[in-house]
Write a new protein. Structure first.
Length: 150
């Protein structure tokens, strides 16, 4: 699985001109599932996101997690994160997990972040979404967990 994690002051996801998920300070997570990913990857990644220390402490050092600041997480599934762009100029999405595999993994990830005590909002799996955000810093981190990685 692959996640692009952005520290935000606010973020929202809109479908058909209706906001379906929005947060204030916290993290926007763009999440992609690859072929071979399992719930183990989703759980590992969720724990990393909930505990990633990328918020400033009283000394201005990135030393606090989204949990510690009382922030929220907006999770948006995005299969395009798994694109293979090594050949040519047209991305191949062959490495992405099929929707019937990816959707339960995204759900498991979302449940796992929430179980860490972090309020979550989401987009809608498979929908055309408009994502708006104000990146704070900017801080953007790429997290990956290969299938069966220890």
């Amino acid at each position: 699985m692959r996640a692009v994690v952005q520290r935000v002051t606010r973020a929202s996801v809109t479908i058909d001109e209706e906001i379906v998920g929005a947060i204030g300070p916290g993290l926007l997570v763009l999440l992609g599932a690859a072929k071979g990913d399992t719930p183990a990857e989703a759980l590992w990644l969720a724990h990393r996101v909930a505990n990633l220390r990328i918020f400033s402490d009283a000394d201005g050092r990135m030393n606090l997690s989204v949990k510690e600041i009382g922030g929220r997480v907006l999770i948006v599934s995005q299969f395009t994160l798994i694109a293979n762009t090594r050949k040519g100029f047209r991305p191949s999405f062959m490495p992405a997990a099929a929707p019937e595999i990816a959707e339960p993994l995204v759900t498991r990830f979302t449940e796992a972040v929430a179980s860490e005590g972090v309020p979550v909002a989401t987009g809608l799996f498979g929908a055309h979404m408009v994502v708006e955000l104000v990146n704070d810093g900017p801080v953007t981190i790429l997290l990956e967990r290969e299938p069966s990685e220890g």
